[in-house]
Write a protein that binds this ligand. Sequence first.
Ligand code: AMP
Length: 114
Amino acid sequence: MVADCVFCRIVSGDIPSERLLEDKRCIVIRDIHPQAPQHLLVVTKAHIPTAADVREEKLPLLGHLVMAATKAAEQVGIAKTGYRLVINNGPDSGQEVPHLHLHVLGGAKLGRLG
Ligand code: AMP
């Protein structure tokens, strides 16, 4: 838990959130500024700043986040129509919150990456 980290505060319940899913490693919430009709965030419970900080012993965590995204996509009805998974990593990606999370974007035809 990092006191000034918004996602740590959401995970701890300090900031209330609607949790679409929760398990021992992550929660799934809605993005406060959605960039698609469905924009979910799969947020790790542990404070790990970026995907680049995931070391070998934590590699299963990344697979776990993808599985949680799959379940959440089914739950909000975008599993069949498709969706995009995004992990921003560092300044040039525009990463705003330095706490590992996976964006799940869908619910409409998305523009190209760039
Ligand atoms: P990133 O730029 O990859 O770090 O993404 C951080 C995301 O967190 C942004 O899309 C924000 O809109 C979102 N966000 C920031 N604060 C909150 C919050 N309190 N609840 C839900 N989403 C948030």
